[in-house]
Structure formats: structure tokens, C-alpha cells
Design a protein. Structure first.
Length: 303
């Protein structure tokens, strides 16, 4: 069996940046076992299989796999799948803004595809998230030690470290400067001896409200015991927790807030995630996540 697929760089306008996502636009005859084998073979961050290409022009079913397991929800595949379907004319885009539905294991997601001069300029999806926030966190000394930073680099005035979970817990740590985010190195020995493992968080979202790039407001990076010391993985899965974190501070006014978060740099597959959040001090937070993408390759897989 020959399967067409595409490689997409998501959350970027520049090829060879962002996160690499594989998209199979017609996966109706592939079972879950083969999907997992294919994702392992390609060994990209995520591989998305579209399983009902002919059912409804404006509704698609997505199944998403990492090289290790199936993922119930991910944002990068939404961006990548929309760009591929638009590129191969599998969805009708006749207006400046077209709404479609992408279904994942966790449910349906409304997706808005924007056109500019006949080309896709932005893909945005919305979701509602509920969060649990805990202020019991390791001390500044412990944080600095397992991040290989100085205590003075931590921001403990405007922001503070908090544990935030929207289904998966992140230890969110603010620092003053962009360079601190880029230079941090995870130290497993000091992590294991600190109070951090007691928080149940296995990933740290380190961020700075400063970035040298004009198209972003925050720079963010994931570190942790299960992340390689030289890795700079995509941060999209942490964005619901990050938005909930921002809303947990009294100075974040009620209303709609728009901002962008970048990850990496020009040498490390930089991504830019556009965020909108409707802060209404309610149990659920409405988010709209948007991004751009570039289709960089297409091929055939022989199964």
C-alpha cells in the first residue's frame, strides 16, 4: 500500500523552523497499530492521520501519534493538517475566514482558517480549559540549582513560580531575561534532592517576558527529567497552563488578552504561537490558539 504524506513546519513562517509534523491526508485504511509503527518510523514530534477525508468537506477526524504513543489532543497537528488540506484543495476556502471542525480523541475543535491573497495566512482553534493552581513550589535556591541559574535571575516580584495543571502539571518558573531561558541547563541530581518531585510536575515551563523578536511577548522553554539536556521541545501543549497561570495574578485584568509566545531562536527551530484568552474569572478559560505553517516536503510511504 502506498500512502501520500506531507511534512509541515508548524507555528512558523520559515521553512526548517517550528515543529515538524507529518500529515497523512487519506488514512482511512490504516489501523491504529500501523499508525503507531509509521509514527515511530518517521520519528517526528507528532504524526497526524486524517481518517475520513471524504465524509464532510468541513469536518475531519484526526488521530495523532508520537513515536511512543497515541495522543488524545495536540495543537500542532491542527495547524499542520489545515495547511495541508488547503494546499491540496481538500477543503473549500472561498472566503477570507472559513470555519471547519477537527475531531480528536478529546472532542471536536472549531478551527478558523484565514486567507490573504488566496493563501492561508493563519489557522486558529479554540478550546476551553479548567485549571488547578498550586502555590506550593520549591524554594528559589532549589529552583536556581536545578536550572543551573543564579537566584537573582528568577523573577519573584511581578511573577512567581506556580504549579499549574490543565490535565498535565507544569512547574511554571519566571525569569527576568531571555538569556536566562536560553542558558538554563537542567540538573537531575539537584532536582531529585529538591521539593520539586513532590509537586508531581515532570516538566518545567521556564519563561521570560522579554524576547529580542518583535513578533512575540514571551519566550518559553520546556525542561525536565524526561527532556534531553540539549532538547528544546515544542511548548504548545503547555500553553493552556501558561494562559491559566497568567490569569491567576490579580494584575491580569478581566477581558480579552492577545499575546504571542516564541520558543527557540533562529538557530533552534524558532516557533511563534499566537494566543487569545477571555479572562472572566470563571471555572473555565476560553483560549484561541493560532499559528502559521510551511509545507516543506511530500512523499510516499510504502506499507
Amino acid at each position: 500500500m502506498s500512502l501520500n504524506y506531507y511534512i509541515v513546519d508548524a507555528f512558523t513562517q520559515q521553512a526548517f523552523s517550528g515543529a515538524q509534523i507529518a500529515v497523512f491526508p487519506d488514512a482511512v485504511n490504516i489501523d491504529a497499530e500501523k499508525m503507531q509503527l509509521i509514527a515511530r518510523e518517521l520519528n517526528l514530534t507528532e504524526t497526524v492521520f486524517i481518517t475520513n477525508p471524504q465524509q464532510n468537506d468541513q469536518h475531519r477526524q484526526l488521530r495523532i501519534f508520537s513515536p511512543i504513543k497515541e495522543i488524545d489532543f495536540a495543537g500542532h497537528p491542527i495547524i499542520a493538517a489545515a495547511y495541508v488540506l488547503a494546499t491540496i484543495d481538500e477543503i473549500s476556502l472561498e472566503k477570507e475566514n472559513t470555519q471547519i471542525i477537527f475531531s480528536q480523541n478529546r472532542g471536536d475543535f472549531e478551527v478558523n482558517v484565514s486567507l490573504s491573497e488566496g493563501e492561508v495566512s493563519l489557522v486558529q482553534f479554540s478550546q476551553k480549559v479548567a485549571s488547578v493552581i498550586d502555590r506550593f513550589t520549591p524554594s528559589d535556591n532549589e529552583l536556581a540549582e536545578f536550572l543551573s541559574l543564579e537566584v537573582r535571575e528568577l523573577d519573584h516580584k511581578k511573577y512567581t513560580t506556580r504549579l499549574v495543571s490543565c490535565g498535565f502539571p507544569y512547574l511554571i518558573v519566571p525569569v527576568w531575561d531571555y538569556d536566562s531561558v536560553r542558558n538554563a541547563k537542567f540538573n537531575f541530581a539537584t532536582w531529585s534532592q529538591s521539593a520539586a518531585p513532590q509537586t508531581a510536575a515532570q516538566e518545567i515551563l521556564l519563561f521570560s517576558p522579554k524576547t529580542p523578536y518583535q513578533d512575540a511577548n514571551f519566550n518559553a522553554r520546556l525542561l525536565g527529567p524526561n527532556i534531553g539536556p540539549h532538547d528544546d521541545p515544542p511548548v504548545g501543549s503547555a500553553m493552556p497552563a501558561f494562559a491559566s497561570y497568567l490569569c491567576s495574578f490579580d494584575f491580569t485584568q478581566l477581558g480579552t488578552h492577545t499575546f504571542a509566545v516564541d520558543r527557540g531562536d533562529n538557530k533552534n527551530r524558532r516557533s511563534v504561537i499566537h494566543m487569545e484568552m477571555d479572562h472572566k474569572a470563571q471555572s473555565e478559560l476560553t483560549l484561541r490558539v493560532g499559528g502559521q505553517a510551511v509545507v516543506v516536503a511530500e512523499g510516499k510511504l510504502l506499507v
